[in-house]
Design a protein around this ligand. Structure first.
Ligand SMILES: [Ca+2]
Ligand SMILES: [Ca+2]
Ligand SMILES: [Ca+2]
Ligand SMILES: [Ca+2]
Length: 313
C-alpha cells in the first residue's frame, strides 16, 4: 500500500489522530488485537477486517526437518504468517514464526538466528530500510546500504556464494533513522492453526511512518532468518477510514470551539459597553442564533471531510 496515501490521510486527519489511534494495534506480542486466534482451526490465521486478504500472507508449515523452500528445518525455521497495517502515524507488523528469538546464530553448527525486517520501496528488489528484530537495538529503523544474505541461490539451490538477493537476511551497513516499539517474545504458544502441537513465536512492532522520510509509494516488507531457509513478505494495508461516530465527534469539537470563539468576540465588541443584564441577554440571543448557524457550518465541514476522504481512497 502507498505510504503517501497514509501521509495524506495523516495531514487531513491530524486534528483527530487520537480517535483513529483507537482502532490501532498495541505492539505487545499479543495478537488478539489483530483478531487472530488459538483455536486449532485453519481460519485462526485470518485477521480482523482492518486487513483485507491481499494484505497478509499465511504459509504455515510443520514437521521435523522438512523442506520449507528454499531451505529445510521444519517448524523450527518456519516463517508462518505476516500481517501489516498502517494508520495515520504508524506501520504495524505482526509476524508468526517457529523460530525462537533465542536460536543461536552459529553457522558452523548449522544454527541460524532471526533476520531483520527489510522494506522495499517501489517493489523493485532493492531494500531501502530495515527494522532490527533482536538485541539492544530491537525496534530501531535504519536506512540500509548493505544487507547480508542466506544460503540459497535464485534457483532455490544451496549456493552460499551466490545468494538470492530477493531475500536479505540481516542489515550489514546501515544508519539509524528512527525508532518504534518491537516485541519478539521467547515464550512459545501452541494451538494456532491445524498443527496444534507446533510452537509459534511472534514479532509484533509499531514503527513511526516519519522514519521513512521522503520515501513513499508502494512498499513490501520481508522477513527471513539468517540462512533464508524460509522467507515471507507482505504488502501493508492502509488505515481504514474513521467511523462516522468519530467524524460526528470531530464536528461537535469544531462546534464547541466555534461557540467559544464566538462568545469571546461578542464580549469584546467595540461598541458601547453593555450592562451585565444587557450583556447576558445579548449573549443568550446571539448564542441561540449562532448555534443554528454553526451547526449548519459544521455539517458542511463534516460533509467536506467525508468527500475528501473518499476521493483520496
Ligand atoms: Ca498486540
Ligand atoms: Ca508452522
Ligand atoms: Ca513457511
Ligand atoms: Ca526498493
Amino acid at each position: 500500500m502507498k505510504l503517501n496515501q497514509a501521509l495524506t490521510l495523516a495531514a487531513i486527519f491530524a486534528g483527530f489522530a487520537l480517535q483513529a489511534e483507537a482502532a490501532s494495534i498495541l505492539a505487545d506480542g499479543n495478537l488478539s488485537d489483530w483478531d487472530l486466534h488459538k483455536k486449532g482451526n485453519s481460519d485462526d490465521w485470518a485477521p480482523n477486517a482492518l486487513i483485507p486478504p491481499s494484505h497478509y500472507t499465511v504459509e504455515d508449515q510443520t514437521g521435523g526437518n522438512s523442506r520449507l523452500f528454499p531451505g529445510y528445518g521444519g517448524q523450527a525455521y518456519d516463517a508462518e504468517a505476516f500481517y501489516a497495517y498502517m494508520d495515520n502515524t504508524y506501520l504495524y507488523l505482526a509476524l508468526v514464526t517457529g523460530l525462537s528469538p533465542d536460536t543461536r546464530n552459529d553457522p558452523r553448527h548449522n544454527s541460524y538466528g532471526p533476520g531483520d525486517f527489510a522494506i522495499d520501496f517501489g517493489r523493485d528488489g532493492s531494500f531501502e530500510f530495515g527494522i532490527e528484530t533482536t538485541g539492544a537495538n530491537a525496534g530501531k529503523v535504519y536506512k540500509v546500504s548493505a544487507w547480508d544474505y542466506g544460503l540459497w541461490n535464485e534457483q532455490g539451490d544451496y549456493d552460499p556464494s551466490h545468494p538470492d538477493l530477493k531475500h536479505p537476511t540481516s542489515m550489514k551497513t546501515a544508519s539509524e533513522v528512527g525508532s518504534g516499539q518491537l516485541v519478539y517474545s521467547n515464550i512459545p504458544f501452541k494451538n494456532m492453526g491445524i498443527y496444534t502441537n507446533d510452537k509459534h513465536y511472534v514479532i509484533e512492532a509499531a514503527m513511526p511512518l516519519l522514519a521513512f522520510g521522503n520515501f513513499n509509494g508502494d512498499f513490501d516488507i520481508h522477513w527471513t532468518m539468517n540462512c533464508a531457509n524460509d522467507a515471507i513478505s507482505v504488502d501493508p494495508a492502509v488505515a481504514s477510514v474513521p467511523e462516522p461516530a468519530s467524524l460526528a465527534l470531530l464536528a461537535l469539537g469544531f462546534l464547541i470551539l466555534a461557540l467559544i470563539q464566538r462568545k469571546k468576540s461578542l464580549l469584546s465588541l467595540p461598541w458601547d459597553k453593555p450592562s451585565t443584564m444587557k450583556k447576558n441577554t445579548l449573549s443568550r440571543f446571539s448564542s441561540a442564533k449562532l448555534l443554528r448557524r454553526d451547526i449548519r457550518n459544521n455539517i458542511l465541514v463534516f460533509k467536506f471531510i467525508r468527500q475528501r476522504k473518499y476521493n483520496i481512497l
